[in-house]
Design a protein around this ligand. Structure first.
Ligand code: ZN
Ligand code: ZN
Length: 432
């Protein structure tokens, strides 16, 4: 007896993006590329997987990502590889590996793609998710930071999401941060009992992370915590002041958030986050900052850099219900032509004609379900359902006269046109 197979389902936290939703994704991607290239960013595509060591060194051993969330596996050659949980470390690796900085500084690149983290799936959080991100490498000046923040807001404006809140902070550098962390740790230790269990554990290995814990108890404790901006050394304070002057000049609105720290160890100075208050708990739609210590970690070279990543799932969710995208086939505009054939002998001719039209960039449909013997009525119904503007009817009588009938699915009128001029006809005046 034949075994009955159960249906195989997709992996939890790794959603399919279906054809009905894709218009919105493609619009976001297309508009992004245009804006990013206007700011001088060029696309880079790094592999989906990298050596595990890249992320351990580049993100930091003590981080939640490295500790709990990476998809790590050993390949058949015995090498430990990891699906990228973020793209900054891979981009920085590629930039140094291919000596891209020799092309000029800052080197400005962007990426669009899937990232992977084994997190608990919940609303707005997935195990496979997509990011658009930028990196500007090689320059320390706050001018780069200011341009990048203006770019970030410009992208969201372009997508139709202008009303977001930008939060900004400076977390110092290796010369001033240790004294801040010392003070912060002392402050948190004296209130340890009030912290959540995760934070009690974080206290030892990454006390900065306690600041962005979202549990109410920890929020209450950290409300009065020492602020990194009060501990900045002169060069860091100067960098932050110049950045704020430039943002004011660019009319970029922001709020200082002393609890804003990035979860990754390599960040220095500028840290920022963009929030959509309408989204609920998982409301950060983008985040980024300076990572002047990352190149040293990955390539042994001290090279400054800054970047941000935008979570596309949350952007697309923010657009739901408010954008102009068409979600169903029924909302599509009438476009292109459907080739209907009447009679078996014409099937081949119909196919050829459709192919010629497609090669001339005309959206073209034809019946693939039968053997070319479907009724005209049912073919017209298909043309209508698939939103074709015109129907080309190829029948035996027309064939004998060297003509086809062109039916306008919108106005209902029809005319005969010579078979030899169909493509010209439809790519000229009649193109849908
Ligand atoms: Zn906590
Ligand atoms: Zn400093």
């Amino acid at each position: 007896m034949r075994e009955i197979r159960r249906m195989i389902k997709g992996v939890r936290g790794a959603p399919d993006i279906l054809p009905a939703e894709i218009a919105r994704w493609q619009r976001v991607e297309t508009e992004s590329r245009r804006v990013l290239e206007n700011y001088g960013y060029r696309e880079i595509r790094t592999p989906i997987f990298e050596r595990t060591e890249l992320f351990v060194r580049g993100i930091g051993e003590g981080t939640d990502i490295v500790q709990k969330e990476m998809y790590t596996f050993t390949d058949k050659g015995g090498e430990s590889l990891t699906l990228r949980p973020e793209a900054t470390a891979p981009v920085v690796r590629a930039v140094h590996e291919h000596s891209l900085l020799s092309e000029g500084k800052p080197l400005k690149v962007y990426y669009i793609g899937a990232m992977f983290r084994h997190e608990r799936p919940q609303a707005g959080r997935f195990r496979q998710f997509h990011q658009i991100g930028v990196e500007a490498i090689g320059v320390e000046s706050p001018r780069v930071d200011a341009e990048m923040l203006a770019l970030l807001l410009h992208l969201f404006e372009e997508w139709g999401l202008p009303d977001l809140a930008l939060y900004l902070n400076s977390i110092g550098d290796p010369s001033c941060r240790p004294s801040y962390i010392e003070r912060l740790t002392a402050f948190l230790r004296s209130r340890k009992a009030k912290l959540c269990r995760d934070c009690q554990e974080r206290l030892g290995r990454n006390p900065l992370r306690v600041l962005d814990c979202k549990t109410p108890g920890c929020r209450a404790v950290t409300a009065d915590a020492p602020k990194s901006i009060d501990f900045l050394c002169d060069p860091c304070a100067d960098h932050f002041r110049r950045l704020r002057e430039l943002l004011d000049a660019l009319e970029v609105k922001y709020e200082i958030d002393p609890r804003l720290v990035r979860g990754l160890d390599y960040y220095t100075r500028t840290a920022f986050e963009l929030v959509n208050p309408a989204l609920g708990a998982q409301n950060a739609v983008a985040g980024g900052g300076r990572y002047d210590g990352l190149s040293e970690e990955i390539a042994g070279k001290a090279v400054p850099g800054i970047g941000f990543a935008v979570g596309l799932e949350r952007v697309v969710a923010s657009l739901a219900g408010k954008d102009k995208d068409r979600k169903t086939v029924g909302d599509q505009p009438l476009e292109g032509v459907f080739v209907a054939t009447l009679g078996l002998g014409l099937d081949r001719h119909g196919f050829l004609l459709a192919q010629r039209l497609r090669r001339a960039s005309v959206r073209t449909g034809l019946d693939l379900t039968g053997e070319g013997d479907r009724s005209l009525r049912s073919q017209l119904r298909q043309a209508d359902k698939e939103r074709f503007r015109y129907c080309l009817i190829l029948g035996e009588d027309e064939q004998k006269r060297g003509e086809v009938t062109l039916k306008d699915m919108q106005g209902g009128g029809q005319e005969s046109i010579p078979l030899g001029t169909v493509v010209e006809h439809l790519t000229g005046v009649k193109r849908g």
